[in-house]
Design a protein. Structure first.
Length: 282
């Protein structure tokens, strides 16, 4: 199963672990993933939604393609915002419920939110892109996700300039999205918020992921530890801190945290994958 499908069929702690163990290790068939679209993108590394959409359509059945064509034609015919908004919502539901593909779902949710222009809809759509950005490793895809997320969050901040979550989201875009010549600005933005409010766990998560990405594992562990003091059952923080210990060579603590995370998992296949990781460290 493709990672963008895992993002829609999973939920709660199962989703976190599916992404952590399967999203990183499974290499989808090239012809069925947006990665294929990335390989066909221009030499400057840019990625367009048309590339992603073209690849996503290859996974659809003939009936789904027929249904989709009708919805897409309705967008073209729509000459007022109310009509377009309705169709964008229909397209988003199609990609979420029928096709189970996160990226087209996120795109059409974003298009609808721009027409609605409410802080709630803009930040909801932006978070779909940011959540994917934080686990994405391909530079063209990172840039596409970050560009879309930042646009939505900039719009949201115009409506509510005091929303720290929106500011943190923009910081994450600058840190992980390859859209800025100065990603440090993103770090400084998030750090300033966290220094004022250490209990902002979203900010702690972003800083932890940033530390992990840059190889500053001790810093990352500090941030994940703050989260776990407040939320001992936070699976994302548990497995992130476990991997940080693993990457810095502290096998004992890595095993400790993988074992901790395993206690919250009932799915036998996922438990098996955790056991494999633990046995490799012993």
């Amino acid at each position: 199963m493709k990672r963008q499908q895992l993002l829609l069929v999973g939920s709660g702690i199962v989703l976190v672990v599916l992404l952590f163990f399967f999203g990183k290790t499974n290499t989808p068939k090239k012809e069925n993933t947006p990665a294929s679209a990335q390989s066909q993108s221009p030499s400057n590394g840019s990625l367009q939604f048309s590339d992603i959409l073209s690849e996503a359509k290859k996974s659809l059945t003939s009936d789904q393609n027929q249904r989709l064509a009708g919805l897409e034609n309705a967008v073209v015919r729509g000459d007022v915002n109310e009509q377009k908004l309705h169709v964008f919502h229909q397209l988003a539901r199609f990609w979420k419920d029928s096709a189970k593909m996160i990226l087209p779902y996120a795109y059409y949710t974003a298009e609808a939110s721009k027409l609605e222009n409410s802080e709630k809809s803009l930040t909801f759509a932006a978070q779909l892109f940011v959540d994917n950005l934080l686990i994405e490793g391909n530079p063209p895809m990172q840039k596409w996700l970050a560009t879309n997320a930042k646009d939505l969050l900039d719009r949201a901040l115009k409506l509510n300039p005091n929303n720290d979550s929106s500011k943190i989201g923009i910081g994450a875009c600058l840190m992980f999205g390859n859209i800025s010549d100065n990603p440090m600005q993103g770090i400084l933005t998030v750090r300033e918020i966290v220094q004022k409010n250490p209990d902002n766990l979203y900010g702690q998560l972003v800083l932890g992921l940033g530390g992990k990405k840059s190889g500053q594992f001790d810093k990352a562990i500090e941030h994940f530890s703050v989260i776990l003091k407040k939320q001992p059952n936070n699976l994302e923080a548990i497995f992130q801190i476990a991997e940080c210990y693993e990457l810095k060579g502290d096998k004992a603590n890595a095993v400790k945290w993988y074992e901790t995370g395993k206690k919250f998992i009932t799915d036998q296949e996922i438990r098996k994958q955790i056991d494999i990781r633990i046995n490799e460290l012993k």
